[in-house]
Design a protein around this ligand. Sequence first.
Ligand SMILES: [Zn+2]
Ligand SMILES: [Zn+2]
Length: 523
Amino acid sequence: MCVYCNKIITGGKLKRHIKSHKNTHAEVTEILKKPVNEQNKWFEQKRIEGIYKYNIDNLDTLSSEQLLRQRKPKKQDEIRMCGKCKRFVSNRTFYVHKRKCVESEPIKKDAIKPLLTHKDPEFVTEILNNFRDGEVGNFIRENKTIQMIGYKHFCARKVEVSKSKEVKREIMMEMRELTRLFLTFKEIKGETCSFEDMYERKNLDTLIEALNKLCACEGKDSEKHGLKVNLNGIIQKSIKTLKRHYSGVCEDEKHKEMKKFAEAYSDRTPEFLAKARYATDKNSLKKARIPKNLPDKYQLSKLRTFIHSEITSVVRDFTIKHYSWLRSLVVARLTLYNARRGEEGCRILVEEFNDAINDVWTPANSVESIEDPAEKFLVGQYKLAYMAGKGKKYVPVLIPIDLLEAINILLANRASANIQPENPFLFASKSSKYACSGWHAVSDVCTAAQVSINATSNRHRVSTVFASLDMSEHDRRIFFDHMGHEENINKENYQCPPGVRTVKVMGAFLRNLDEGTHSFIFY
Ligand SMILES: [Zn+2]
Ligand SMILES: [Zn+2]
């Protein structure tokens, strides 16, 4: 399509056609005075703009196949718009485009409109665009209410840079489950109904029926307890969001009704939720305590030796090929050493690491004041980093100094490993925003070392060992802090975390554990 007169031009005649505008449009006159290769670039750009304009104008009426694009597809495919350069490309060949167009993102057809109209394009590209095509995804991209619910959650959580992947997953999961619930609700009701109808008292029976149906195990008398507890949480949250939203946009009647609905819903929860709640609580308590879920001591020491010798040899003969392997080794060691959950250890930010290196949390004068020479030595064996945890919490991570050389290699080679400069993570993945996966790192390293351990079972092990030790109340508190347990210690966020003490107590404990010099109740 010609961007000047909106005429559709086919058969490669667009250049000739645009030239015919030279008397009416100054930029056409200007470009014709330029060298040929510059002209060609310019005409190509006009072609892209024309296609874009035509497609956007006809987004609602044309199907995916009818939209214009640079190249006709050979096989059946889906159309994608590049979020960066606005070209229309096939989903089959988008990866080719991605090589030329840095940080391009394929936007699905029905996410294009929200992208143009939504006040936060990030929400569209990060969330809406990532739902798969299908009944659920299409509904979400169409429905304003569910988008609003997701968006509120997105706004509240998107500041959590170090967890963006999890946050995104969680928000998408919620939107997806809520939509599945609505589709079931609609099916039972058997008539046309809107998403908001789900939140009316007169439809409460239908909502509960839909919930039960969604959680039923086919052909069996039992139900999916975990799903039910989860869905209940999602519904409760959406009720709150809607209620606040109605208040915010001055829909007082709806707000009032929503308040009543919330009460009615809570009133009914015991009858459909009690069983599921009981079962899930019991299950998680049981799982956590079974001794066989603890990794054995022999496996851990085998893993430790393996990681150590691999790091030494990779560091000695480092080439860029080894980058991701070295990253996995370091992440695995940090994760297992600090007994973090799989996805926690890998999310240290470069900034948090730099603070650790500069001893921000363990200033030299307070280290000087340690009297016991053994303790003093121990403190010198670590760098202490604090990661942003849940809410106002900080999670301490001890970095053994023998890892520093490897970490510095990772830092120095970021550019050659194609890591985007704006990626804030110490253990960055190639995308611009994410850390590498801690779980994969641990699992890859364990596979290579031929041991079976995962971060969760290691965490249980540390807790169990701890339970068998005689620690003072004070040290116990530092321990809980380190593990990021829900031990409610009221710590204001302006308070400098007591770094030196953490290193002293936790360093000794983790080191003994690492070297296997403790004796444990389960072995
Ligand atoms: Zn024209
Ligand atoms: Zn592009």
